[in-house]
Structures are given as C-alpha cells and as structure tokens.
Design a protein around this ligand. Structure first.
Ligand code: G3I
Length: 343
C-alpha cells in the first residue's frame, strides 16, 4: 500500500519531481508519486535561474503548478532552494558591492517565498554553503557580503513566509569535518536570532560509502542542536566514479568505456541484491532515529529520470532509486518495505 503508509508513523516519504511529472505528461510517474509518497521537492523548477532568470523577470508557471499538485494531493510541499551559488541568475555573478547584493537577495527571496506563503511547508533556504573541510564556500555571496549573507537569507525568508519551516541543506553532511562546519554555521544562525527548524542531509550515496556509523553520528549531532533532521536527495549510485580511476591507466575515451558504464542494459542480479541490502541497512538506521528524522526524500521517482544517469559523466545507465525504468518496484523497494512488515 505504498511507502508513505508503511512509514506513516515515522516520517514523511518523498520524491523530487521534474517538469514532466508536474505537468502530468509522465502519467506513470504521477501515479507512482501519488501512491507511494506524501512529500515532494521540486528538482529544478524553483531554482533561481529557472524562476528568476533576469532581475525583472520571474517565471512562476511551473512552480505554481508544482505547489498546486502538492496541495491537491495533501502532500508536505518543499521549496528548493532560495539561495544556492549554483544556478543563480547570471547577473548575480557580476555584482560586487554588498548593498546591491543584499538588495538582490532580499528581492529574490521575498518575491518567491511570499508568493507561496502558507503553501510551502518547508524551504531549503540556503543550499551547499560549505566546503568539504567545513569552511565556508567562496561563493559570490560570501565574497561580496561576507558571512552575514547566511543570517540575512534566513531572516528575509522568515519574514516572507513566517509559517514555513526553514532548513539548511547540504551534501556529504556525514563527513566529520563538514559536520563540524555545519554545526558552526547552524549555531551562528541560532545565535543571530534567525529561525532555523531543520537540517537537510542530502544523501547522494554509494553502495559502500558513506559508512552508516558516520551518517548516524551526524543525525545525532544535528538533532542535538534542537533541529529536525531531514534526509533529502536520497539515491544510491551503482556506477564507478571517474576519480576512482585516478592513478590507473585511463584511456582517452574513458567516458564512453565499458568500465564507466558497465550495465547499459540491465543491472546484474548480484548488484541488485547488494543495492537492496544497502537500502535496507540505510532505512534500518533511519528507523532507529525516527524520533529525530521527520522526512526521507528520494531525488527522483524512478531510475530513468535520475540525474545520476548524467553525472558525473553523461549518458550512462544508473539504477539508484527504488523504482525501475518501467516503474516496477525493485528488490530494493521490497527490502525497505520488509523492515516494516517484519517488525
Ligand atoms: O531544462 C534545460 C533544457 O531546457 C536545456 O535544453 C538543457 C540543456 O542543458 O538543460 C536543461 O536543464 C538542465 C536541468 O537539470 C533540467 O534537466 C540543466 O542543464 C542541468 O544542469 C540541471 O541539472 C540539475 C542540477 O541539480 C543542477 O541544477 C539536476 O536535474 C538536479 O537533479 C540537480 O539537483 C541537485 C540539487 O538541486 C542540489 N543538490 C545536488 C543535486 C544533484 O546535483
């Protein structure tokens, strides 16, 4: 009867959705979405570049449809993302004084967040502000405004939509150094009087990395700050990364090589089983901490639409989610559901 029902006592179960699902063109995906999930995230349609491509132009059409879809189906609707160094309006990269930058940020966040005030349940206010070593990323925001841009963004967001939950969202949040940096960032926000309700741990993971011990350490540490923990952007790649080849002999065309795209037609059973086991272990950990975790969101509905078919190398065949290319539930889906039927 669906993931959302299986885990209804523990956490929301979500998926990021793309244009085709939002407009209803991808009927199968929409059907699966409604049956399995009770929270949605916009994979791309609310990003600055898409919604606000030049200073005086806003395109709300797709974002409006996205929010309407969520409301109509009683879903917990996430906004992603108000401030991210990537995919910003191109003119933002040339702003070089602090007051002008602050005005643009205020204008963007206020216009977008107030349009959906009372309709978006939670906003990823700031996305990916940290380096891997826990220091602040040298984004255009940091360079021009200094650290205060963080507090500024959260305060403007709160004003624009006082009822939405506000999150800080980032990847590799399990890494010890990055965790320390995230804790510093969050504590500084809290000290400044900014409202922050939760932390989003993007979970773009692999079959063996990260260790669940490190993930657990992070879940516990973020919850200690008094925040809700959301597992956002969950997917498990089964493909090799080019940087794993470092030092090995790499042919010039390694991007097209069989080594980099080993399963163009089907995932071998042994890897399917490994993926199912990995997902089961991951969800067992989430269940153990269901008092801290209030949402688990997959970054896509099925394998076909996953960004991981095109990253870090284009045109590969990846298998990172719980539904296959025909929208059938995979072994990994059964393995996740089984935890609940067994308990
Ligand atoms: O829609 C345009 C299309 O009109 C154009 O012809 C085509 C040519 O490049 O690009 C299309 O846009 C692409 C868009 O996805 C929609 O498919 C962009 O190039 C591409 O860069 C974009 O990638 C997205 C990426 O963020 C960058 O915004 C991925 O779909 C999306 O899954 C990914 O999501 C991010 C999260 O927001 C933040 N955390 C990491 C995560 C994965 O990178």
């Amino acid at each position: 009867t669906g993931l959302k029902n299986a885990f209804q006592k523990e956490f929301y179960i979500g998926a990021a959705i793309n244009d085709k699902i939002i407009t209803g063109k991808d009927k199968k995906a929409l059907e699966v979405l409604k049956r399995e999930f009770n929270t949605i995230s916009p994979e791309n349609v609310m990003k600055w570049e898409e919604i606000h491509p030049s200073p005086d132009t806003f395109y709300f059409d797709m974002a409006d449809k996205y929010v309407a879809l969520g409301k109509k189906n009683n879903m917990f609707v996430i906004g992603h993302t108000l401030l991210w160094h990537s995919q910003i309006g191109p003119w933002m990269n040339t702003v070089n004084d602090s007051a002008t930058m602050a005005n643009y940020i205020r204008d963007h966040i206020t216009t977008v967040a107030s349009r959906y005030s009372g309709k978006i349940d939670g906003w990823d206010v700031v996305n990916e502000a940290l380096n891997e070593d826990g220091s602040l990323r040298e984004s255009v925001f940091l360079k021009v405004m200094g650290e205060r841009y963080l507090e500024f963004a959260f305060k403007v967001a709160e004003k624009a939509d006082p009822s939405a939950e506000l999150y800080y969202n980032d990847y590799n949040m399990w890494k010890p150094k990055k965790r320390e940096g995230a804790i510093r960032l969050i504590e500084n926000l809290q000290k400044s009087g900014a409202k922050i309700n939760g932390v989003g741990m993007q979970a773009h993971w692999g079959l063996t990395e990260p260790s669940l011990e490190e993930v657990e350490n992070s879940i516990v540490a973020y919850a200690k700050l008094g925040l809700k923990v959301a597992i956002t952007e969950l997917d498990v790649t089964v493909l090799p990364n080019p940087w794993d080849l470092e030092g090995a002999e790499i042919s010039q065309n390694y991007e097209e090589s069989e080594e980099m795209n080993p399963y163009p037609n089907a995932l071998p059973d042994s890897v399917e089983v490994q993926l199912a086991q990995r997902y089961q272990d991951i969800f067992k950990l989430f269940l153990k901490h269901s008092d801290k975790i209030d949402r688990v969101t997959f970054w896509g509905v099925n394998d076909q639409s996953s960004w991981l078919n095109n990253w870090p190398i284009k045109n590969r065949t990846n298998y990172p989610l719980l539904f296959d290319r025909k929208f059938d539930a995979k072994k990994a889906y059964q393995a996740v559901i089984q935890i609940k039927t067994d308990s």
